[in-house]
Design a protein around this ligand. Sequence first.
Ligand SMILES: Cc1ncc(COP(=O)(O)O)c(C=O)c1O
Length: 391
Amino acid sequence: MIKKFLMTPGPTQVPPQVLSAMARPVIHHRTSEYSELFARVNENLKYVYQTGNDVLSFASSGTGAMESAVINLCSPGDDVLVAACGKFGERWRDLADAYGLVAEFHEYEYGEAVNPDDINRSLEANPHIKVVFVTHSETSSGVVNDMQAIGAVVEDFDAVLVSDSISGLGSAEIKTDEWMIDVVVAGSQKALMIPPGLAFVSVSDKAWALAEKARSPRFYFDWLKARKGLAQAKPTTAFTPPVSLMAGLDAALGLIREEGLQALFHRHIIMGRATRAAIKGMGLTLFSPDEDRSSSVTAVRVPEGVDEARLRIHIRDWYGVQLAGGQGPVKGRIIRIGHCGYYNYSDIIVAITALEMTLMDLGHPVQLGAGTQAAEKVFAEDIEATGDETV
Ligand SMILES: Cc1ncc(COP(=O)(O)O)c(C=O)c1O
């Protein structure tokens, strides 16, 4: 028997409470019952986003909400700035190209972070830049950008700041209002702990002012239509929502509220810290930065002489652990262990044990237990420091 452990940075594991909420009979979306659920979901999304801004929901994957930001904020020919440090940052450039925007493109190596000073310099040099697009948690490398510092830079200009927090919201803290992030994009299949299929955007007043003037063609992803639905006495969506996913989200947000944001972020920091300690403990090299901010995904260099595809197939087929590979220029060179969402110490121990055994099976020298011991030490230190045994 193979027991499966999904350890990718999306999709992620879904808690049983969420699965059973999604299995309930489908309700109609133009009913008071649905409006009540939707209103509760909207309030709880604001809690996770740490915002008083509207949070709009769309039935799409995360990229749909990214596209919605481009078409609702920009008109063809607009100047925008894209700061990219990986595969998902590059997606902003591709979207800007698709909609005829003039994008100034800051490109950083995979594994590096965006430098807020570069954004400052570009905004000073070109006051026509309307929107700055950045990735908060760059899932392809494990880098988490300093959105607080970037927010503090963009605040001084007319430009609107858009953050792709698809793998960050709910795992790497983002204080939407306090850090002045105008638009935060998120997706359902990461730290929000539900299956793929829902995407979200929060929109500040500064971003609404731009959206009211933008002229890119749009229909399904029109933020103004979505806002109208939200403003009803019985809030609703312009089009048929995925009601079962929404029921799952309602349950997942309930779990997040129960845990509390500070405990949630702390748990993610500890999972990241333990995973990094384990990787170093077993003699491998980290690709993602060795810092607590990188709490959604840990990227690891594949050791010399080990075939990355073979490693991932072996660990999946023999030990049931699904990891992610590298993308773009680091394809074949790194593996990625996801720990955003419904993860605790047991998942990390399983993944690390399976990785050690896989390396041994593939003939790579490894001391069994060295990684798990290092992870256990992090968990023990955390229990000692906090007195909380629920890692
Ligand atoms: C940071 C980031 N941006 C964008 C995406 C794309 O989201 P989706 O595949 O849901 O369209 C992902 C998905 O992995 C992501 O992690």
